[in-house]
Design a protein around this ligand. Sequence first.
Ligand SMILES: Cc1cc2nc3c(=O)[nH]c(=O)nc-3n(C[C@H](O)[C@H](O)[C@H](O)COP(=O)(O)OP(=O)(O)OC[C@H]3O[C@@H](n4cnc5c(N)ncnc54)[C@H](O)[C@@H]3O)c2cc1C
Length: 286
Amino acid sequence: MSERYDIAIVGSGPAGITAAINARIRNKNIIVFGYENLSNKLYLAPKIDNYVGFYGISGKELTKKFKEHLDEMNIDITYERVDNIYDMGDYYALMISDKTYEATSLILATGVQFGKPFKGESEFLGRGVGYCATCDAPLYKNKVVTIIGYNNESIEEANYVSELASKVYFIPMFKGEYGLNNNIEIINDKPVEIIGDSMVKKIILRNSELESDGVFILRDSISPDQLVPGLLVEDGHIKVNRDMETNLKGCYAAGDSTGKPYQYLKAMGEGQVAALNAVSYIDKKC
Ligand SMILES: Cc1cc2nc3c(=O)[nH]c(=O)nc-3n(C[C@H](O)[C@H](O)[C@H](O)COP(=O)(O)OP(=O)(O)OC[C@H]3O[C@@H](n4cnc5c(N)ncnc54)[C@H](O)[C@@H]3O)c2cc1C
């Protein structure tokens, strides 16, 4: 059986790391999922004037300070994107490709994804549209797959899929070095709509279209109710009370994912409240 953590924190932005620091101070066994930069929204901020005590600091400098703080407290970030989380009654099961992690309590600090889903995305979810290419790759053996990639992780996923699929198109949604396998075709065009009948048939781009059996959309974050089935979401944000509790027992949320204003200190305050309440939840259970 896999180890069961007291608290799993999903997201390594300001909300997630503040939750992690506070849970660690309370001696809880935690796991934090996220990215090497912690949060692109933090890392790329040119100048921050409302972070109390650090007037005019850049996002990169603040990220460095946050990382030093985590290092001092021996908090490691697990650089993996959680694909699905299931409420198992007494604990949560967090799925990543072919791995499962278990935690008694959960803190969602996944931020918000700007931009609307593509036309047809929700309609064809599970019918050719997916958010984890490595999980579903075997379904597309000898088939045509399109990957809409928003980050470096999507490149690894595309390379993996290209070993099984007959054809892989990669639509990059970011600038950078792609390092894709030679048999992957890069399409520099903007996705507009996914169409099909009972299953996906093609993807319409601004200037072209691609026949495709599957479309994987690999963003940094997944909409919270798709990530955690049964989670109550209102107007695109996770519904929480003042204790940062969601509608699911032992599941808390913090930061941009719970609503506006989208700001560092709000996210961090919420991360702290969520962690302290998750700690009380664990202590009551033991
Ligand atoms: C350019 C820019 C400048 C800004 N300037 C300011 C400013 O000056 N002052 C201010 O107060 N605010 C500013 N903000 C807003 C601020 O960045 C956000 O409010 C803050 O980052 C929110 O923190 P968060 O932890 O809730 O989410 P985020 O910072 O978005 O972090 C969430 C993290 O979780 C990760 N994640 C999501 N889903 C998963 C998953 N399934 N598995 C693993 N990891 C996952 C994401 O990739 C991300 O790394 C700025 C934002 C931008 C974009």
